[in-house]
Design a protein around this ligand. Structure first.
Ligand code: NAD
Length: 276
């Protein structure tokens, strides 16, 4: 697919991996819709175990693209809400006239043992990480059918193998890969390709505000600070010896956008951490 001139919606684009993907598509000449909780995050502040992206972060991510000459819009969405997803697609059409690519990147994590894991946390992880993909993909489907579009789902190495204390998150990412494969088979007749990317360890809020702070991670690696914990995880898990970056993941997304004969894959970008 030729990327220039296409419209791509990236969810969870206010920061981290989503912001990196949005910037990469903008540099290739795409119209980019950066979609995140925006003001909704202000209203729900404090109801998750780490802060989700604030309205100001979404605005800053869009300003950054515009300052580099990119074409973008920053729009609010809660991917776990059907009407919010439909409104996002409608607004994207109103602004750019078309939608070609959906990057379902928004995601959340909570860790903890099965014995103590809260049912409400399980439900919210699935509502964002799995149902969010379903809702936004369904909302955009008529437009994607018209244009022969593309869906990229950001799964994880945690969708390839299980990890202790991560049952809900792993299950949600395995589900994201299953959904990717089903949709790839189902939508091929419309020339819509559906792929997933499985990042390894990227230094974003997910790691620094949650995983590196987890008592079990610190105990496992015998570390005190979040930086030491993250570095110890990289040393212990990544054969290539370095963390992954939003740029690494964005490169994979650009490849999948261009790779006309690739569908149904879940591409691991993890320096050899997981090899299937
Ligand atoms: P992040 O927390 O920085 O980014 C996630 C974004 O999603 C945030 O901006 C947040 O506001 C947004 N979001 C959360 N709930 C939302 C909702 N209901 N509607 C809309 N937006 C919502 O973390 P990240 O590491 O950049 O995560 C991006 C994706 O990459 C996630 O799907 C995550 O599971 C996946 N991933 C991350 C890593 C890693 O090491 N960081 C590894 C593998 C996979």
């Amino acid at each position: 697919m030729q990327i220039a001139g296409k419209t791509v919606i990236v969810t969870g684009a206010a920061r981290g991996i989503g912001r990196g993907i949005a910037g990469a598509f903008a540099r290739q000449g795409a119209n980019v819709v950066l979609a995140d909780l925006g003001a909704l995050a202000n209203r729900t502040a404090g109801d998750w175990n780490y802060a989700l992206a604030a309205e100001t972060e979404l605005a800053r991510a869009a300003d950054d693209i515009r300052e580099r000459g990119g074409n973008c819009a920053a729009l609010e969405v809660d991917v776990s809400d059907r009407s919010s997803c439909q409104a996002l697609v409608d607004k994207a059409i109103a602004i750019f006239g078309r939608v070609d690519i959906i990057v379902n990147n928004a995601g959340i994590i909570q860790t903890g043992s099965l014995a103590e894991f809260a049912e409400s946390d399980w439900d919210r992880i699935f509502a964002v990480n799995v149902k969010g993909i379903f809702l936004l993909s369904q909302s955009a489907l008529p437009r994607l059918k018209a244009n022969g579009g593309l869906i990229i789902n950001i799964a994880s190495v945690a969708g390839k193998r299980g990890f202790p204390q991560m049952g809900a998150y792993c299950a949600s990412k395995f589900a994201a890969i299953g959904l990717t494969q089903s949709l790839a088979a189902e939508l091929a007749e419309f020339s819509i390709r559906v792929n997933a990317i499985c990042p390894g360890n990227v230094d974003t809020a997910m790691w620094f505000d949650h995983l590196s702070k987890s008592e079990w991670q610190r105990r496992l690696h015998g570390t005190d600070t979040v930086e030491d914990t993250f570095n110890a995880v990289i040393d212990a898990t990544i054969p290539l010896g370095r963390e992954q970056t939003p740029k690494d993941i964005a490169e994979a997304a650009l490849y999948l956008a261009r790779a006309e004969n690739v569908t149904g894959v879940s591409l691991v970008v993890a320096g050899g951490f997981v090899m299937n």
